[in-house]
Every structure is written in structure tokens, then in C-alpha cells.
Design a protein around this ligand. Structure first.
Ligand code: CP
Ligand code: NVA
Length: 308
């Protein structure tokens, strides 16, 4: 039994296997249409979602499985009854769960009682499915991500945490510019840097967006205020100079590609003309959530299938 709760849960070989599988599934989706007949996937979402919800639901149903969405008012995890009771009950009905929570710890607690596959569909700490789809997209766009410069500009949030881990695992070069007070999680950075030594990845921190984007092949950004942080409106004042706009793009490589996990706040972290412009690959990136997550599910459930 294997989970995807942190991006650290997949090593380089596993990531490459999933990317290869995702490529084949994207090219030939109909070959996988009966794979999960009779299986059920639950989606426990405490926060709103467009891409994660729909891509998991479409992905699993088009592979023959059944999906049930459980929103914040449905099971009221930990409020109506204890997490361990919900987890043990749902384990009797479902084959796997995707969870989107405020607290990363809640996913870990749930997984310890569920004892079947759990996938993190975004927590306050990580967004591993997003980062996996992003590196798959970078591979598609650039041919390879080795010796390419990826620049992340903005908040040191869940998305950056998972991108840093995957860059480290895959040996990629990620230069990230965040305000000093919005750095990624220190424990993740420390562990990622240790891993980077082994894979020859470069993880370079700066507070200067112009430095991070110099010659970059990819510029990536995300919202300045994540879901659940809405109270911290003061945070936005830190981001002066961190907007991905035409003048910042001029410092990057001529053919730079621009990525954003979406939803975007146009006019804040990214301008409308950049997101609509010729460098933007944001909707290829959004599409790849579907293919990569299908591959993640196939990979995670394959040991159970092999035993059945
Ligand atoms: N990028 C992403 O996870 O989008 P949603 O919040 O719409 O799922
Ligand atoms: N960092 C953002 C990502 C949304 C997909 C958030 O957590 O709201």
C-alpha cells in the first residue's frame, strides 16, 4: 500500500515511471477505460476546487471507476465525528481517497486509520499532484528539465514546497524568489537541499525576482494569498516587484514559458497580457493534471491489482 501525501513519497525512478505512464495514457486514453471497474474513489474536500476535483473525477470515471465527492458540509470531518471513525468507516466502502484540507496533519491522521491509498489534493503544506503535473509539463515543453532554469516568483507556499521537493528529486534547477517573510517551509528546504546534493539539482533562494528569472526557461507563479490565508491581507504588501509581467519576462530566455497552477489573480501576481500571451502554457499545465493524476492512481493501485 502506497500513498502520495508529500512529494517526497515518490523517488526519481517512481516519478519517471509515472511520467512515462502519463505520456502513454495521454496518447491513448481509451486503452485504460475498464481498469477500475467496480472500484470507488472518495474526494474529501474542505476547500473549493476546479482542476483537482474535476480532473480526479473525470480521470477515475473514464477508467471505469465510481467517484463520490464529499464537500465541507457533507461529512464534517472531525466535527460530526472523530477522524479515525470516518476513516475506518470509509475504508469499508472506498478503494482510495483524495483529500484537500486546511491542515496537512489531518491528511496524515486520516491516512493512519484509513489504511488504503490516500492522495493529497492540496494541504497548507504541499500540493504534490500539482508539482508532478508541472514537471511533466516542463518535460513536454522543453524536452527535458535537466540543465534548464526554472524560476518561481512569489509566495513560499504549498505549491513552491512541492516544486522544491520534486526539483530536488529530479535533479532540476529551481531558482525561487520570495519575500523574506514568505519563504518556503524551512524543514522542506533543508531536506530538499540534502536530496539535491545527491541528484545534482540546484535550489537557489533569492529575494530578487529579476535575479531568479535571468535567462530562465520557465517562469512559474502562484497566488500571493492561498486558500485559508484570506485573513492575512497584510501579506500582499510584501509582494511589490514580484508581479510576473512583460518587463520581468524580458530578463528571461527568449522562448521562456510561463506557468501558473491556477486559479490566477490577474493584475496581482501575473498580468492579463502575460497569461494570455504567447509564452503562457497555463492551460497545457492544467490539462496535464488529468493525465498525470490518472497515472498516479494506476501506479499507486497497481500492487493491489497485481495481488487480485
Ligand atoms: N491548481 C489547482 O489545484 O486548482 P484547483 O484549486 O481549482 O483544484
Ligand atoms: N497556493 C494556492 C494553490 C491553489 C491551487 C492555494 O493553496 O490556494
Amino acid at each position: 500500500m502506497k500513498n502520495l501525501i508529500s512529494a517526497f513519497d515518490f523517488d526519481q525512478a517512481e516519478l519517471k515511471t509515472v511520467f512515462g505512464l502519463a505520456k502513454r495514457m495521454k496518447q491513448n486514453p481509451l486503452s485504460y477505460r475498464d481498469l477500475f471497474n467496480g472500484k470507488a474513489l472518495g474526494l474529501i474536500f474542505e476547500k473549493p476546487s476546479t482542476r483537482t476535483w474535476v480532473s480526479f473525477e473525470v480521470g477515475f470515471t473514464t477508467m471505469g471507476g465510481h467517484v463520490i465527492y464529499l464537500g465541507p458540509d457533507d461529512i464534517q470531518l472531525g466535527v460530526r465525528e472523530e477522524v479515525r471513525d470516518v476513516a475506518r468507516t470509509l475504508a469499508r466502502y472506498l478503494d482510495l481517497i483524495v483529500m484537500r484540507t486546511y491542515s496537512h496533519e489531518l491528511i496524515l491522521e486520516f491516512a493512519s486509520h484509513f489504511k488504503k491509498t490516500v492522495i493529497n489534493g492540496l494541504s497548507d503544506l504541499e500540493h504534490p499532484c500539482q508539482a508532478m503535473a508541472d514537471f511533466f509539463t516542463i518535460g513536454e515543453a522543453l524536452g527535458d528539465f535537466k540543465n534548464k532554469k526554472i524560476a518561481y516568483i512569489g509566495d513560499g507556499n504549498n505549491v513552491l514546497n512541492s516544486l522544491l521537493i520534486l526539483a530536488a528529486q529530479l535533479g532540476a534547477h529551481l531558482h525561487y524568489a520570495t519575500p523574506k517573510s514568505c519563504a518556503p517551509q524551512a524543514a522542506i528546504v533543508t531536506r530538499a537541499l540534502k536530496e539535491a546534493k545527491r541528484t545534482k539539482a540546484k535550489l537557489v533562494a533569492t529575494t530578487k525576482p529579476q535575479e531568479a528569472v535571468r535567462g530562465a526557461d520557465i517562469i512559474y507563479t502562484d497566488v500571493w494569498v492561498s486558500m485559508g490565508e484570506e485573513e492575512k491581507t497584510k501579506k500582499q504588501n510584501c509582494f511589490e516587484g514580484f508581479q510576473v509581467n512583460r518587463s520581468l519576462l524580458k530578463k528571461a530566455a527568449k522562448e521562456v514559458r510561463v506557468m501558473h497552477c491556477l486559479p490566477a489573480h490577474r493584475g496581482e501576481e501575473i498580468t492579463n497580457d502575460v497569461i494570455e500571451g504567447k509564452h503562457s502554457i497555463v492551460f497545457d499545465q492544467a490539462e496535464n493534471r488529468l493525465h498525470v493524476q490518472k497515472a498516479i492512481i494506476v501506479y499507486l493501485l497497481r500492487s493491489e491489482r497485481a495481488g487480485s
